[in-house]
Design a protein around this ligand. Structure first.
Ligand SMILES: Cc1cc2nc3c(=O)[nH]c(=O)nc-3n(C[C@H](O)[C@H](O)[C@H](O)COP(=O)(O)O)c2cc1C
Length: 358
């Protein structure tokens, strides 16, 4: 086990990198590839039309990896909500040990999963929601900064503030999500007190991600400025790829005199967004992407990507330690042996072979 953080220990993974749930992307091909590479791959429950289809997808993923993988269950407002309890029951019955929850009112699902002994990694964009999730008994938090793809929340706080607030206040381990693509980012997250990172957009742009190659190339060609915030008016702000449709949606949203959601509904249709990943036309509908698109320049395999992140992170941690030479040239150790309450100690803990290796 090359890394030794609370996340790697709890999940039995080698590298503290999680592939976040992704609608229409998080299928067995991607989740198994990430898990085989030493991270935590995650299937996205709602990519499956029914709980029984999720059962089949979990079983299919098991044939592709013998390493641990998780399932994401996202609870979003819907006219006809999916049967979340039935999806959760399949997750339990199929022996999934780790679930990424996200979205609104997760209490009942968290209770159901915790009663079966499942480890819960709950994703949220504010410290207030994180604190509520702690009260619900989640095991880890995934702190999603404003940089992230998808639902960014309404407070617009980026990870530099959120992660340190998490370290100062939460009292349970957390991972950093949003804006991560490389090992330097992982090292930075560890230094801020996280015990790992979560990546979405970066994993979309891998060989195994089951989406059209044109979309991966659109990500490679994009800059960090090529995302749009859509649906702010309805307090459901989503960060999407900047294209003809998301620009039109923003225009209608801003100019509408009625403020009726129906006016933008056709532009933000999830069905058209799904087609983008299948037909490769980046302007066919809206699709989710984070500001991290500006840091993505290639389409590696998950194995190569996770290995690269591991190497870069270790180099960054070593180089940073070498920057402090002290009066006597000795590495300092704080009184508590940690860099803050409830954090990992980058000197002693993260690189499993011990302090002398850093
Ligand atoms: C295409 C796509 C679809 C996503 N769908 C979901 C989803 O269904 N549920 C969820 O909790 N997060 C979803 N996310 C968010 C990711 O799990 C993750 O939190 C986010 O991508 C992190 O930001 P990053 O893209 O900068 O790494 C999605 C992200 C992308 C890129």
């Amino acid at each position: 086990m090359p890394f030794n953080t609370e996340l790697t220990r709890a999940l039995g993974i080698k590298v503290p990198v999680v592939q976040g749930g992704m609608q229409w992307v998080g299928y067995a091909e991607l989740a198994s590839a990430v898990s085989n590479a030493g991270g935590l791959g995650i299937l996205t429950a709602l990519t499956q039309p029914t709980p029984e289809d999720l059962r089949k997808e979990i079983r299919r993923c098991r044939t592709m990896t013998s390493s641990p993988f998780g399932v994401n269950l996202t609870l979003l407002p819907a006219l006809v909500p999916p049967d979340y309890a039935a999806y959760a029951q399949v997750i339990i019955d199929e022996g999934i040990r780790i679930v990424e929850t996200a979205g609104n009112s997760p209490g009942p699902v968290i209770k159901q999963l915790k009663a079966a002994g499942t480890t819960i990694l709950h994703k949220c964009t504010t410290i207030r929601h994180a604190q509520s999730a702690v009260k619900l008994g989640v095991d880890f938090l995934s702190i999603d900064g404003f940089e992230c793809a998808g639902h960014v929340g309404e407070t617009d706080i980026t990870n530099f503030i959120l992660l340190s607030r998490a370290r100062q206040t939460l009292g349970i381990p957390f991972i950093a999500s949003g804006g991560f693509a490389d090992g330097q980012g992982l090292a930075a997250a560890l230094a801020l007190g996280a015990c790992g990172i979560n990546m979405g957009t970066r994993f979309m742009c891998t060989v195994e991600a089951p989406i059209h190659a044109n979309i991966k190339q659109a990500i490679v060609a994009a800059q960090e400025t090529d995302t749009e915030l859509v649906l702010r008016r309805w307090k459901n702000t989503s960060r999407l790829f900047k294209n003809k449709v998301s620009l039109k949606a923003v225009e209608v949203e801003k100019s509408s005199t009625t403020g009726k959601f129906e006016e933008v509904a056709e532009y933000v249709s999830g069905k058209r967004g799904r087609q983008v990943f299948l037909n490769g036309d980046k302007d066919f509908g809206v699709w989710t992407a984070g500001q991290v698109i500006g840091l993505i320049h290639d389409v590696p395999t998950c194995e190569a990507l996770v290995k690269r992140i591991e190497t870069e992170a270790v180099d960054a941690l070593r180089q940073n330690q070498a920057l402090w030479v002290g009066e006597s040239g000795q590495v300092p150790v704080s009184e508590t042996g940690t860099v803050g309450k409830n954090t990992n100690n980058p000197q002693a803990e993260i690189w499993g072979v011990g302090k002398s290796k850093l």
